[in-house]
Write a protein that binds this ligand. Structure first.
Ligand SMILES: CC(C)(COP(=O)(O)OP(=O)(O)OC[C@H]1O[C@@H](n2cnc3c(N)ncnc32)[C@H](O)[C@@H]1OP(=O)(O)O)[C@@H](O)C(=O)NCCC(=O)NCCS
Length: 333
């Protein structure tokens, strides 16, 4: 078999990956947005914080064209025990052993990299994918849900009412809207609230807290800029102490102008209980309506057991769109 590592600037290779993954999405997760070549090229070049995943194209012996893709991601800043992987076999080529050959390759790569914990994700309701990973000893460990807010269905009166209530509870805070480039001093202030994401549930996954520092936040901002994202951040600053108590980030891309993606929303422990989550997200809605009026939907991802965040999202009109399971294999010892 041939396994070629995809170069982000080789758009023919990237397009081959996108063709296979979009064919799979149409079957496995039809509500997902189709991937675009330029967006994937950016993800492969820069990742989320300048530590991009690696993507491979798999062509079986004797075949002319690739039939599957393999992505791997080995975190470097923390969680160095982890080997994340995603195998996608084109729907027309399944049940012929290709996925298994790639999984054997994954096990070999993880062993070679000295990473004992392997994660694989699949649509939770896809029992075939579950049967596949369980054959290799993976066990179900956690799940993440995608929710979608259709802005035309959001009732402004309801949102205004919620805002007034939240504003009262958060009277000690003032909101600030930020767009990159963010000065280093301000980014340093955002380290703690960014790290508050570590309090989100992670199911049974073998995972340690992620480590955030100024350099990582700088790299994340650089990666977004290089990928061409437009990034919006609203922060809630505690009037008395000046501390940033919470933030929310939404990202858009000119190549997919009607869709926005919710990135982090987090409230630092000392600042919880003031409805900051709701306040921040409503202010973000208002800002987006001014800055990017063409946006029609916002997608958000949460751990499916993150009741607090999901409650806020559902009040705002987000509806469940898909659930992905994460399966884990531990090969320690
Ligand atoms: C899951 C996936 C990678 C399997 O790829 P594949 O090439 O069809 O897998 P294989 O042919 O090697 O299947 C090996 C075994 O897994 C099990 N299996 C795979 N797909 C299955 C299905 N749809 N239903 C039931 N069992 C299945 C079977 O035991 C199969 O052996 P068999 O065909 O002899 O019965 C493929 O369906 C896919 O790309 N799904 C979408 C992406 C995804 O969910 N990836 C998760 C893994 S990271």
């Amino acid at each position: 078999m041939a396994l070629i590592r995809v170069k982000p600037d080789d758009l023919d290779q990237v397009a081959a990956v996108v063709r296979i993954q979009n064919a799979a999405r149409r079957i496995d997760d039809p509500a997902a947005w189709p991937q675009l070549v330029e967006l994937m090229a950016g993800e492969l070049a820069y990742g989320w914080d300048l530590e991009p995943p690696e993507q491979f194209l798999y062509t079986p012996d004797g075949a002319e064209h690739p039939v599957a893709t393999l992505a791997i991601d080995l975190p470097l800043r923390d969680n160095r025990h982890l080997f994340w992987t995603q195998i996608v076999v084109h729907p027309d080529h399944r049940r012929r052993g290709h996925g298994s050959r790639l999984m054997h390759e994954v096990l070999r790569m993880a062993h070679e990299a000295g990473r004992p914990t392997i994660w694989a994700e699949a649509v939770e309701a896809d029992l075939g994918a579950r049967a596949f990973v369980e054959r290799f000893g993976f066990v179900y460990a956690s799940h993440d849900a995608r929710r979608r807010q259709v802005l035309a269905e959001v009732d402004p009166e309801v949102i205004n009412g919620l805002y007034i209530t939240a504003e009262r509870a958060a009277a000690d805070y003032q909101l600030e809207r930020l767009q990159p480039p963010t000065a280093d001093g301000l980014l340093s202030e955002l380290v703690e609230v960014t790290a508050a994401i570590n309090d989100a549930p992670m199911g049974e996954l073998t995972f340690e807290d992620e480590v955030f520092d100024l350099a990582r936040l700088q790299d994340s901002e650089t990666a977004r800029r290089q990928r061409g994202d437009h990034s919006y951040r609203v922060v809630a600053r505690h009037r008395q102490t000046g501390e940033i108590g919470g933030h929310t980030v939404v990202v858009t891309h000119p190549l997919r102008p009607t869709v926005a993606f919710q990135a982090d929303t987090a409230v630092a422990r000392a600042h919880r209980g003031h409805r900051l989550g709701l306040l921040l997200k409503i202010d973000m809605l208002r800002w987006l309506a001014e800055a990017e009026p063409q946006v029609e939907v916002i997608d958000t991802w949460n751990n499916a057991d993150n009741e607090f965040m999901i409650k806020v999202n559902e009040i705002l009109g987000y509806r469940l769109s898909q659930v992905y399971a994460t399966y884990e294999l531990n090969r320690a010892g």
